[in-house]
Write a protein that binds this ligand. Structure first.
Ligand code: SF4
Ligand code: MG
Length: 330
């Protein structure tokens, strides 16, 4: 609720603070147990920062983060430590996130060393179990990351994330660095693990087709804020925020009849700097439907239909007529 993540911008030899990059500028949303919430947006929109802040890899500038009712938004390292096992991360680049000097068994076993008192034998059993779960051959436990393919390395990363029986996993572009032929295998594995282990995912991606496949609900971010959040089919079949409409119009449509009937929306202009976002709606410099009010008033994220949240002045009257129920009000 009300999450803000500002990174200071400094200048000169004295590194005097001259402003803030507003990577997250007051965002609020829920992730329901057992679901996959897709988080999409162009690079630099703040989606990775969002995943990291939720896991408290960064200290948020403001806001609360509740996991099972416990607010970890301002918790110190000591309070966080016992909560860490429940929330894990799968990183984008398995090559960069695995220590090249450690064996697979060492990498997967590391969280067990940190958070459990397992004996050597118990640990090895657990490592084998995890290797089985992600489809890695046990005989490779003593090999090093460079001996594996990209897809297999991501399986190692997933096994490590699973070691402590997490409930919630942030998947930050987990397939972006993989060959297209391997991407579906890793996504299928993630889905299979979710079903078997009852996991909850925040699935961060710029691949809108993949998110449509895996997510139950989807949040669209633009310049540090959430533009729209809706159930998957509602969002893809009938996007309402002008930014979502533009983003989705660029995704190739497999059905040729729909493809020809559809209009591409070409956005002009660059994404403004998050150090100096527009005053009103942060999309007003590029929005094809911009109005006067958009230049000065920030639209709040409102629930304009059950389960669908949109931050846009075009829908304000609808919102005023119905119940708001925006996440901020809960
Ligand atoms: Fe466009 Fe205005 Fe809606 Fe922002 S609030 S998305 S500028 S119409
Ligand atoms: Mg699912």
């Amino acid at each position: 609720r009300g999450l803000k993540m500002y990174f200071p911008v400094t200048a000169g030899v004295l590194r005097r603070k001259v402003g803030d990059v507003k990577a997250l500028d007051d965002i609020s949303f829920d992730i329901y147990e057992g679901e996959t919430l897709g988080l999409v947006g162009e690079s630099g929109c703040g989606k990775s920062t969002c995943g990291r802040v939720i896991l408290r890899l960064y200290d948020p500038t403001a806001g609360s983060i509740r996991i099972d009712g416990v607010d970890i938004g301002a918790a110190d390292a000591q309070t966080l430590r016992p909560l860490r096992p429940a929330m894990q991360m799968v990183f984008q680049d398995p090559q960069a996130s695995l220590n090249p000097r450690m064996t697979v068994a060492g990498i997967i076993g590391e969280p067990l060393d940190e958070h459990t008192q397992m004996s050597k034998a118990e640990k090895l059993d657990r490592i084998y179990e995890l290797m089985d779960a992600v489809g890695l051959n046990r005989n490779f436990a003593n090999r090093y990351p460079h001996e594996f393919s990209g897809g297999q390395r991501q399986r190692i990363g997933i096994a490590r994330a699973l070691a402590l029986n997490p409930k919630f996993i942030v998947c930050d572009e987990p397939i972006a660095a993989l060959d297209v032929s391997i991407q579906a295998q890793v996504v299928n594995l993630l889905e299979d693990l979710q079903d078997r282990l009852g996991l909850t995912y925040l699935f961060i991606s710029h691949d809108l087709s993949m998110v449509r496949h895996i997510a139950d609900r989807v949040a669209v971010m633009y310049l540090g804020r959430i533009a729209e959040l809706a159930p998957r089919d509602a969002l893809y079949d009938r996007p309402m925020h002008p930014y979502t409409q533009a983003l989705l119009s660029a995704v190739p449509e497999p059905d040729p009849e729909i493809e020809t009937a559809r209009k591409r929306i070409i956005l002009t202009g660059d994404v403004p700097s998050p150090a100096n976002p527009p005053k009103g709606c942060n999309f007003c410099t590029r929005c094809p439907r911009v109005m006067d009010i958009c230049q000065s008033v920030k639209p709040a994220l409102r629930e304009i239909e059950p389960g669908r949240f949109v931050a846009c002045h075009l829908y304000e009257t609808t919102a005023a007529a119905g119940s708001t129920g925006a996440p901020e009000d809960h």
